[in-house]
Design a protein around this ligand. Sequence first.
Ligand code: MOS
Length: 736
Amino acid sequence: MEFSTPAGPNPIDTGRVVTKPVDRIDGPLKVSGRATYAYEYHDEFPNAAYGFVLGSAIPKGYIEAIDAREAEAMPGVLLVLTHNNTPKQNGSGQHNSPQLQGPGIKQAEQAIALVVAESFEQARAAARAIRVRYARAKTGHYDLAAVKDASRPVPKSPDSKVGEFDRAFADAPVKLDVTYTTPDQSHAMMEPHASVARWDGDKLTVYTANQMIHWAVDGISGTLGIPASKVRVQSAFVGGGFGSKLFLYADPILAAVAAKRLGRPVKVALTRPQIFNHTNHRPATIQHIRIGAAPDGKIVAIGHDAFSGNQEGGEAEEAANQTKLLYGGENRLIRTRLSELNLPKGGAMRAPGEAVGLLALECAMDELAEKTGIDPVELRIRNDIQYDPAKGPDRPFSSRKLVECMRVGAERFGWNRRDPKPASVRDGRWLVGMGVASGIRDNLVMPSGARVSVDREGVLTIETQMTDIGTGSYTILGQVGAEMMGLPIEKVRVRLGDSDFPKSSGSGGSWGANSASAGVYAACEGLRDEIAKKAGFNSRDVTFADGHVSAAGRSRSLAEIAGQDGVAFTGEVKFGKLDDTYAQASFAAHFCEVAVDWATAEIRVRRLLSVCAAGRIINPKTSRNQCFGGMTMGVGAALMEEQVVDGRFGYFVNHDLAEYQVPVHADIPDLDVVFLDEIDDKSSWIKAKGVGELGICGVGAAVANAVYNATGIRIRDYPLTLDKLLPGLPEMPRQS
Ligand code: MOS
């Protein structure tokens, strides 16, 4: 079914199961250790051998010589793959990930060998015995600031120009011209990248930690040069992804190559330190923001230039994109620029673009509020716009409740207790401040299919390639199926993450819940028709409730209609062009209170509130949980997260969870999330929008603005670590 006109009333509106805080249906499996992750499968991969990836010690250059003889002779070693004995692979497909294809080195921790042994420890020990002679390139670029001036426009992100920015900015009564920087960041998800592969004749089975099953099938089959129909991928449970598991790295490819060579299953997991340099990361940005405003705070000119770097052929971090839509202003100039770097490859990390774009834009708005003497909440309300500023009123937002988010949040948070004068609120040795920021996240949609069936017990089974990366997909898809078929959630089974099921949106970019739910909706529509037909009813006026289908006073149970053979339907949603007609995004207002230690500059987040408008909330419990995760990452981005580049060797030095700092429980206070009532009939039949990444969009800026309000120190270089605050802290009053 194509979704190309706004949704009318439909069974989802009933809200019997959808919109309820249903517990995770996979919760019991998770807490009892029966939710199996890729590396943990044993029975399905009998006698599996263990592979260990050896990564490159240099960032750029080539391998002059690699000698594996000593490694090959070590106990338990079955195979050493290097570029000298690995079959040719294909690198041309978008999701392909060729490994060990030659002596050239493009980044630190690029796979240069795979050792396979009877045990993991034997493989690891032997990898250390491989002798490598490198020819390290004398030149390499590892610092964005140094290559920024050699940046180029990005065809995928053309410049957005409205009105005459230069003139309007020059003439503006109030001008702000600031540059913010954000560092490289790592996903630091809990489950490492891991795969296990097995061949049955010419058929390859790979269980792997991955967000996108059909991309994985494309990438594995494309890289190995075998038909996609011969590749089965499974990823039933994923321990976090955040964009790091959208694509393929060494583990699935080398596991498959080694399994073929050995004629037995092979497991490969990346170690935690390898992940930080071998897989993707969120690239650092330099963001130049210029805002011209009238004395009443109304923006007349807004400019945002976002610079980032990547390897040749890599993509830009599109940190200026949200500035096209978040606020009004008749003169606009928004540009994305990309430079070439030889760091590990940059890529998508939770809310790519907005997550770091808002760290800059929303602090700049705080600076504008101070310059104009207007309350930061009021400033944002004054600059709200209900249509795409580049297209005009002909392209309104499908739904946009930023102003309501601000008002509700200000009220609940006690914003009126904020003292606008920085460094004026004290609580013992603490300087206390409050900050606010807007959140916006593009609402993306992707085609998605599902197979649904009812058996003779009246149980509905939903099967789709959709993944659950910790987000709650099992539960919400079950809710949608239950709602559509008039069943309680207990009568629904959900099976995910298997390429044998219909293709789905997968999990990424916050498109999963809405898109995959719409796919289940489409399949259930078909199933309802089938059942009505079998029941002998006219399918137009039947109702599904309490396990029965009814029409004109007659009622039959689904179990009875399904009978011995059951009844099934496979359906799919495709999305038309509604997003040309309507700008679509979810919105939030984030409020933060921090305390900064007068002597040490230690920053403690005391309270955090996010008020979100993201269309229909399918499950307030899992959505809230997603927002908590995003908010926690927002605190990390503001205060801790930074991959430190070794400028000599071109790699990230802090490559484990001891040194790459993310918030722990003790860093996160009372979090609160409020969802506004919102139904977006232009988004899908579910009328929901993406919510997973909304929590990270803007939170970090709210934290930084609170730090400014507490201390009067504006740091424009993330993260806000105490060394940057200490020199500017106000004098501590003498003890009397
Ligand atoms: Mo998300 S960064 O698309 O997994």
